[in-house]
Structures are given as C-alpha cells and as structure tokens.
Write a protein that binds this ligand. Structure first.
Ligand SMILES: [Zn+2]
Length: 71
C-alpha cells in the first residue's frame, strides 16, 4: 500500500512542475517595467488546484492571482 502511494505522488509532482514551467514562460515578467515577477505557489491537493500569486518587486504593478486546475 505504501509503495503505491509513493508512485502516485511522484507522477503528481512531475505534472505539477511541468505546468508551472509552461506558465512561467508566458507570464514571468512584469508588463509594466519588465522586471521578473516574484512568484509564490500553494498547492491544494484535495481540490487539485495550484494557487499562484505573481507580484512585481520593482514597481507597484500589484499582484496577479492565478488558479491552475490540475486533472
Ligand atoms: Zn513592474
């Protein structure tokens, strides 16, 4: 039982990082000043969501919140 659970977790994380990489390619810079965004991620394993917050540390562009749904 425990071995099965571990396998599942590994597959799950590969998916998760793949998604984040793809997203970062398109939204990694501030449209206002071009500075790279500072990202924070929190994963909701129960609902298969990744909550992503992007904010610029260089200007006052503000925060952008994105929720990715994984399935
Ligand atoms: Zn900025």
């Amino acid at each position: 039982m425990e071995a099965k659970t571990t396998e599942y977790e590994l597959e799950y994380y590969e998916k998760y990082f793949g998604d984040v990489k793809q997203v970062k390619k398109t939204v990694e810079n501030c449209p206002n000043c071009g500075n790279p965004f500072f990202f924070t991620h929190s994963t909701d394993h129960k609902n298969l969501h990744v909550k992503e917050t992007a904010c610029c540390t260089n200007c006052s562009y503000g925060k952008r919140k994105i929720v990715h749904v994984m399935n």
